[in-house]
Write a protein that binds this ligand. Structure first.
Ligand code: SAH
Length: 218
């Protein structure tokens, strides 16, 4: 059985060799990735692989994203600390935990009930009291809590859901993979420049499970 100190040293290596070496620079993101115990968010049988350089299965046909991808998406939100963030596709809850180290409030939405329940209890037992997990269709956002300073979507969409764009605060960023359903997508960052003015930037090719829902895949 791997000890806590062994996990801590693997986590520190992950930050150096998978993140810093590939150009992740934000001190807030590196600190958060160095803090969250990823081994607690993967199935017990897979804890030994928790710091591997790739995604891992978490049940219900879903995956926890590669550490680098979580860091890249979090960095793209350009958070300074203290923001309100919407996380679509809670999955294991790992990305929500990383966001919760930086933002002051994280609203996280997952469509599969068993994943939402498990993520919620992992987040509580890991001491994250600034994350709320809800089971529902994240393509519609979370209107009661808008506007969000940042929105991150961990599943690939056919197009950028209008609901999410319109729940961004002016100056806020939406980070979302957009493209074909079963191959690669482009990681896009949409910035709300003004009430009805948006800018789109492309962060390169990524591969995600499909975003299913009213403004996603059917
Ligand atoms: N951020 C996660 C990765 C999850 S993978 C982590 O850190 O572990 C993507 C997740 O998006 C899956 O759990 C999938 O069930 C969920 N998902 C897909 N479509 C969704 C939708 N419309 N609303 C909310 N969650 C969705």
């Amino acid at each position: 059985m791997t000890q806590g100190s062994e996990f801590a040293s693997r986590r520190a290596s992950m930050v150096d060799y998978q993140l810093v070496a590939r150009g992740i620079e934000s001190p807030l993101v590196l600190e958060a990735m160095g803090r969250v115990a990823r081994e607690k968010f993967v199935p017990k049988s897979m804890q030994d692989c928790a710091y591997d350089d790739g995604p891992l299965p978490i049940g219900a046909g879903q995956t926890i994203s590669q550490p680098y991808v979580v860091a890249l998406m979090t960095e793209a939100l350009n958070l300074q600390g203290g923001e309100k963030v919407l996380d679509i596709g809670t999955g294991s809850g790992y990305a929500a935990a990383v966001l919760a180290c930086i933002a002051s409030e994280v609203f996280s939405m997952e469509r599969v009930p068993e994943l939402a329940e498990r993520a919620s209890s992992t987040l509580v037992s890991e001491g994250f009291d600034n994350v709320v997990v809800r089971c529902g269709d994240g393509t519609l956002g979370w209107p009661e809590h808008q506007p969000f300073d940042g929105i991150v979507v961990a599943a690939g969409a056919p197009v950028v859901p209008e609901a999410l764009k319109h729940q961004l605060a002016v100056g806020g960023h939406l980070v979302i993979p957009v493209g074909s359903e079963h191959s690669v997508q482009s990681l896009l960052r949409i910035t709300r420049l003004a009430e009805s003015e948006f800018r789109t930037e492309d962060f390169g090719a990524v591969r995600f499970v499909p975003l299913l829902g009213e403004q996603g895949w059917s």
